[in-house]
Design a binder for this molecule. Structure first.
Ligand SMILES: Cc1cc2nc3c(=O)[nH]c(=O)nc-3n(C[C@H](O)[C@H](O)[C@H](O)COP(=O)(O)OP(=O)(O)OC[C@H]3O[C@@H](n4cnc5c(N)ncnc54)[C@H](O)[C@@H]3O)c2cc1C
Length: 434
């Protein structure tokens, strides 16, 4: 009798875990609260057969696990940006990239990155916020502004809350970022197709219990609550959602504390569609700016059609104050850089903090929490394993790469579990014939 595993959540972590377990011969069922799979991967189709991403978009060159799946499922990658040339800062009304910074600005930035690198090398996790750390180190004002901007645009949080120990991990020092041709959802769809009817959407898990060696998961379906029994479970849902689910499992206090306290930033992504291009450089690039939206780029760079989309990203506290004005505020952000911007023809926007099954953008670590929580992110709680971007190796947290790696790691943890008594009983002819 095959080992039975319940996977909770059909984002990239859950789908990867399920896919790997099915390949290894396990009996897997995936329960997803929403009617669609993908979680924070969500491609929006816009007019003219163009598309943009409301969630995850960029694939870094060193993101090998996602690139392996992309190859395996016969998907293609398109170039999005090359660094340093395509990274711009719009500061004090001037659009600059690394080549056009003043010597003083360059030195300030080099000094910031060198100090952050030292934090990584020495595994330091100072018990102060990034804001306090910037003050304490007396960086030049330009470097501090860039760091605060990156807290919003990359980590979806504020310099006043994130710890410098976590902020130091920028994810990758990749020179190239790419995107999946046809949209990130293509990868989700490919994984879900492999799993077929094992994936149950519109099924929210409300309780996870372990009794003896059996895991019992309570699921809310369209026709009421059902209890599903298995040998193990993998919970891939964000911890700010998991903390609202009843957990009756053997879990150590420190891990519970991490589940209840791991913070998530906020993010809104607003896609503006324009009748044609109006910017100067061939690749709009990745433009970081201060204000309501802190990053703008063009997902249609390698797409066919004359219409163009700009992705406008708002992270941290500013993202919580956009309310109903997303379109006009995003248009305003674009006009700040390009006063001759055309009128938009379409707009789609998504607020990740308002999604009750995600409740934020991605996890971040407050002062001193990186070293405090790290040992408990992947620790099994009895026969319940944890996956999701928040449990990935630190440099891949907040990325699709992290979600996939975490799912693959949790699948390996399941495979290492000893057969339960139920399994032994089921496979023993004496028990089978009784
Ligand atoms: C705005 C934004 C931009 C991003 N940009 C990038 C990028 O450019 N590149 C990149 O690599 N990454 C990016 N990311 C991060 C990336 O999207 C995530 O790291 C990754 O998709 C997380 O996958 P996951 O499986 O861990 O979680 P999720 O995708 O959140 O999956 C968890 C699933 O669990 C479900 N769920 C929740 N509660 C329950 C329950 N009780 N019962 C059943 N199901 C439940 C949810 O509905 C969800 O589908 C971005 C994220 C956001 C929000």
């Amino acid at each position: 009798m095959a080992h039975k595993t319940i996977v909770i959540g059909a984002g990239l972590a859950g789908l990867s875990a399920a896919y790997e377990l099915v390949k290894a011969g396990c009996d897997v069922r995936v329960f997803e609260a929403q009617e669609r799979v993908g979680g924070r991967v969500y491609t929006a189709q816009m007019s003219g057969e163009q598309y943009g991403e409301l969630g995850a978009e960029f694939v870094d060159d060193n993101h090998t696990a996602i690139k392996d799946y992309i190859t395996k499922f016969d998907l293609q990658l398109d170039l999005a940006c090359q660094f340093p040339d395509d990274l711009y800062w719009f500061i004090d009304g001037i659009l600059r990239n690394r080549n056009s910074l003043s010597p003083t600005q360059s030195i300030a930035l080099d000094s910031l990155y060198a100090q952050l690198q030292t934090l990584i090398e020495q595994q330091q996790d100072p018990p102060i916020t990034l804001d306090e750390w910037l003050e304490a180190k007396a960086f030049a004002p330009f470097a501090s502004r860039i760091a605060r901007l990156q807290a919003h645009s990359l980590f979806a949080t504020d310099a006043e809350t994130i710890g410098p120990g976590f902020f130091a991990y920028p994810g990758s020092d990749s020179n190239v970022i790419m995107r999946i041709r046809g949209g990130s959802s293509r990868l989700v769809d490919a994984l879900a197709k492999q799993l077929g009817k094992r994936v149950n959407t519109g099924n929210a898990v409300r309780r996870i219990q372990q009794i003896g060696n059996t895991v019992i998961v309570n699921v809310e379906t369209a026709s009421g609550f059902v209890e599903i029994v298995a040998d193990s479970a993998i919970a891939t849902i964000p911890w700010n959602v998991l903390r609202h689910i009843s957990l009756e499992i053997p879990i150590v206090e420190a891990q519970k504390e991490a589940i209840f306290n791991l913070p998530y930033g906020g993010a809104v992504k607003t896609l503006l569609q324009y009748p044609k291009s109006f910017w100067s450089q061939p690749n709009f690039g990745l433009v970081l700016l201060e204000g309501n939206y802190q990053a703008i780029w063009e997902p249609t760079f390698a797409q066919i059609g004359t219409t163009k989309i700009l992705s406008c990203f708002s992270g941290g506290t500013p993202s919580l104050n956009l309310a109903q004005s997303v379109r006009s505020l995003a248009e305003e952000a674009v006009r700040a850089i390009y006063p001759n911007a055309l009128d938009t023809i379409d707009c789609v926007s998504y607020d990740w903090s308002a999604d009750e099954w995600i409740r934020g953008a991605y996890c971040y670590f407050g002062p001193g929490d990186l070293n405090r929580f790290n040992p408990y992110l992947t620790l099994p709680a009895g026969r319940v394993l944890f996956a999701g971007e928040h449990t990935a190796p630190v440099e891949f947290r907040g990325y699709m790469e992290g979600a996939i790696r975490s799912g693959q790691r949790a699948a390996q943890q399941v495979l290492k579990l000893q057969p339960t008594e139920t399994e032994i009983e089921r496979s023993d002819p004496y028990f089978r014939n009784r």
